[in-house]
Each structure stands twice: as structure tokens, then as C-alpha cells.
Write a new protein. Structure first.
Length: 60
């Protein structure tokens, strides 16, 4: 499966709701998977994440 960015809106919420370190420790995700998640608070931040990942070109 190809890696895709996962953009979570509401950094204050998600930083408390999901303990990514715990998920790694329990073997639920790999440590490299944490890099797929980005916490944002605005649409502009989300667009910047997606443009960075896709090199400014929308996915097919």
C-alpha cells in the first residue's frame, strides 16, 4: 500500500486523544507510521501538508 498523509484537524484535541507512542509500544503501528500523521488547526496548514507531500501536484 502506498503511503498517504493523514491530516488531523484540531491539534489540541488529537494530541490528547491519541497517544501515538503507546500505539508504537503496543505494536499497533510502526514508529515510521507516526510521520504519516500531521496535526493541523487551519485549512491553510492542511493544504501546505498536502502540497508538500504531493509536490504541489494533486493526486490522481
Amino acid at each position: 500500500m502506498n503511503a498517504i498523509p493523514i491530516v488531523l484537524f484540531g491539534s489540541a484535541f488529537w494530541s490528547r486523544a491519541v497517544d501515538f507512542g503507546f500505539l508504537v509500544a503496543e505494536g499497533m503501528i510502526e514508529s515510521a507510521d507516526i510521520d504519516l500523521f500531521t496535526l493541523v488547526d487551519t485549512a491553510d496548514e492542511a493544504v501546505a501538508v498536502l502540497e508538500s507531500f504531493y509536490g504541489g501536484t494533486p493526486p490522481p
